[in-house]
Design a binder for this molecule. Structure first.
Ligand code: ADP
Ligand code: MG
Length: 397
């Protein structure tokens, strides 16, 4: 098991981005920026139902070392991909023109230009320790780090582009340029999270509230288990869940399932035509309430008591929303069996990660129990690490 902390692996990523810049471009960068990956503490599939989510930023970050350039293009090297690419102004003007990872970078430039900002030509070197495609939001970390770097290099500043308007631009890069229909949570988390806090986000109003989530003082930690399970049928199943939720809202005559309060749930369920739809709706409505209940407990410092809400969220995703897979169910069961206060899959499902609320000094023992359960079931060994809530996107040098 690993713990990523400032000065540890994160410091190494900063160095690798800076060294990569010097090697590629023959001089030091004008600045270095970083943006984190995230886990969602609770609130799954609630985002596109106009509901509530509660992510926090990981210590894992994507780091961009960058300088402006004299020409009209963007040269970008990523350590992860091992490639250096050149994005032209013509590429930026045409969504989808750059595919693969470069599309996220081109998309950010495109979204900034669409919003009326002049983006300076630049050279960028990128390093990251956010695992790619594990559900920890490496794509938003990449977008947020590039956006923050380009905004600073262009002298755009928080007066012209306030921080609260940046997540929507990063999301546009992903939706409008890359073509991935993701919600607003990941970019909001990567840009707006604060150390020691979880970010309570209302996905309808886009209002956020910083919720104290001081695990360290409580002697607690979040253990993250990357299940290593191959993602199966993700986009098709995601689209199906989304469509069912929209149909249910139409049957119920509400703009979104967010508008069904938990005490109106029994009556709402009676009006729905089939059992699958009833279970999908029950997940969304109860999950929104669990986010609100979690926020209320954290407001009064009762961190340990959120455990049962996490575990109830998992049961709801497994039984009602049907988005879990055996690897994540086994990880949750093993973590609870080894003394975790609560555990749930986090992220869209069909693979990805599990988080467990544990005593900080018991994290190794809980991780060992998960390892053993995976071995007993013949699964690929998971990757476990502990995480405390860290800062959002920022300039480092
Ligand atoms: P997640 O956001 O959960 O990690 P996604 O599928 O949304 O998964 O995004 C993963 C993709 O983001 C990668 O396949 C790659 O194209 C891109 N990406 C993210 N970080 C980097 C990076 N540091 N270098 C190159 N590509 C990256
Ligand atoms: Mg992503």
């Amino acid at each position: 098991m690993t713990g990523a902390t400032n000065g540890g692996p994160v410091g190494q990523v900063v160095r690798r981005a800076g060294d990569g810049f010097e090697q590629r471009y023959g001089g030091p960068p004008a600045g270095v920026w970083a943006a984190p990956g995230r886990v969602n503490l609770i609130g799954e599939h609630t985002d596109y139902n106009d509901g509530f989510v509660l992510p926090f930023a990981l210590p894992h970050r994507t780091v961009v070392a960058a300088s402006t350039a004299a020409d009209d293009s963007w040269t970008v090297w990523s350590e992860q991909s091992g490639e250096q690419i050149v994005i032209s102004a013509a590429d930026v003007a045409r969504p989808g023109a750059v595919d693969g990872w470069g599309g996220y970078v081109a998309g950010v430039i495109w979204a900034l230009r669409e919003a009326g900002f002049a983006v300076p030509a630049a050279r960028l070197a990128i390093a990251s320790d956010v695992p790619l495609g594990a559900g920890l939001s490496s794509s938003a970390a990449l977008e947020a780090a590039v956006l923050t770097a380009l905004v600073d290099l262009g002298g755009i500043g928080t007066d012209r582009l306030p921080v609260d308007q940046r997540p929507v631009l990063a999301q546009r890069a992903e939706n409008g340029y890359v073509g991935v229909p993701s919600g607003i949570m990941d970019q909001s988390a990567s840009i707006r999270c604060r150390a020691g806090h979880a970010l309570f986000l209302d996905c309808r109003s886009l209002q956020v509230e910083q919720i104290p989530f001081d695990l360290a003082t409580a002697g607690l930690a979040i253990l993250v288990v990357d299940s290593q399970a191959p993602h199966r049928h993700v986009s098709g199943e995601y689209a199906a869940r989304r469509a069912t939720c929209e149909q249910a809202a139409a049957v119920l005559g509400v703009p979104a399932l967010r508008d069904v309060p938990v005490d109106a749930l029994p009556a709402a369920l009676n009006r729905l035509p089939d059992d699958t739809m009833r279970r999908r709706v029950r997940h969304i409505v109860t999950e929104n309430q669990r986010v609100l209940d979690t926020v209320a407990l954290l407001h009064t410092g009762r961190v340990r008591e959120i455990g049962p809400l996490l575990t109830a969220s998992h049961a709801s995703m497994r039984d009602d929303f049907e988005i879990t897979v055996p690897e994540v169910d086994v990880a949750v069961g093993a973590a609870l069996g080894a003394g975790a206060y609560g555990a749930r899959m986090t992220g869209g499902g069909f693979g990805g990660c599990v988080l467990a609320l544990v005593d900080a000094d018991a994290a190794g023992q809980v991780a060992a129990a998960v390892d053993k359960a995976y071995a007993d079931n013949g699964f690929t060994a998971p990757v476990c690490f502990t995480a405390l809530p860290c800062a959002g996107a920022e300039r480092i040098h």
